[in-house]
Design a binder for this molecule. Structure first.
Ligand code: GLU
Ligand code: ZN
Length: 294
């Protein structure tokens, strides 16, 4: 069966070259096998999503010569589906409400001598062990121990890493419904990839670790398991990950500066095709804003 891939940007800012390269990879993977390439706008973060970025993203992709199949799926239209999945997990006693603030979680982790410290520290499970406080708005967390016990051992196939044993427990009790948003990234992305019939997830290796959680949710919600292709991130000339802070040009800025979209896309296709497994070098050196010549 021909593959279905997707590009799933969050409209929280402008696309840069790394996003464009990722979109081109997903597009080329599908199109080279007569498959489908879909577009999904991940717009359920009320604090960071902006409608004006959606229009810019669509214009950027068209400028790069990418076309997608069918209508664009906006996650903001899928809230009842996310709510139903949360109900299902709640009924299975796999979710609990959490009213902790970030500061409370940090204090709890710091106070616990045995808990791991640093950025990898996971939620200490405070609310799992106490009665819910009905006066505070709650997020909903997955009871990871119960969920992994229910699901049993899980694997996925990764084109880059090979067969991977899922270890979602490393993430602890992840949030599936945020206090300020109806679903977390993990829940929405897993449900949407299944609903859209995505067979091959082509995305940056920065999302590799999240796949452990996605694989678990697929098992709990009885969803099909796609193949994964976690590709290397685009690096700047200094060998570091391309980022806006280093002046990585936004696609929209290149577009309005009069650059040739199909030519840039051709450079990206070539850079991707030549890339070593470890890295993709940016074909355009990042330049500070304002110095881009047409
Ligand atoms: N919306 C996510 C992002 O822009 C990508 C989701 C995914 O590819 O799984 O980082
Ligand atoms: Zn809590």
């Amino acid at each position: 069966m021909p593959p279905t891939t997707r590009f799933a940007p969050s409209p929280t800012g402008k696309l840069h070259l790394g996003h464009a390269a990722s979109a081109i990879r997903a597009h080329d993977f599908a199109r080279s096998q007569s498959g489908r390439f879909l577009l999904r706008i991940e717009d359920i973060d009320p604090g960071r999503s902006r409608p004006e970025h959606v229009a810019t993203i669509l214009a950027d992709l068209a400028w790069l010569g990418l076309s997608w199949d069918g209508p664009v799926l906006h996650q903001s239209t899928r809230l009842p589906v996310y709510a139903a999945a949360l109900d299902q997990l709640r009924a299975a006693k796999l979710l609990y409400p959490c009213t902790c603030t970030r500061a409370e979680i940090a204090a709890e982790i710091a106070a616990s001598a045995s808990a791991p410290h640093g950025p990898a520290a996971i939620y200490p499970g405070t609310c799992r062990r106490r009665a819910p406080d009905p006066t505070r708005v709650a997020a909903w967390r997955l009871d990871m121990a119960a969920a992994t016990a229910r699901a049993g051992p899980l694997d996925w196939h990764d084109a880059t890493a090979g067969p991977v044993r899922a270890t979602p427990e490393q993430h602890g009790d992840v949030v599936l419904a945020r206090r300020d948003a109806p679903a977390s990234y993990h829940l929405a992305v897993t449900l949407d990839d299944a609903q859209q019939g995505v067979t091959d997830i082509v995305r940056g290796v920065d999302l590799f670790e999240a796949t452990h959680v996605h694989r678990l949710l697929q098992a709990l919600l009885r969803l099909p398991v796609p193949r994964y292709h976690h590709h290397p991130l685009m690096l700047g000339p200094d060998g570091r990950r391309l980022a806006k802070r280093d002046g990585a040009p936004a696609i929209a800025d290149l577009r309005s500066a009069g650059q040739d979209g199909p030519a840039l896309a051709a450079e990206l296709h070539a850079a991707i095709a030549l890339s070593a497994p470890a890295a993709t070098l940016c074909p355009l050196a990042p330049r500070p804003a304002g110095t881009i010549s047409p």
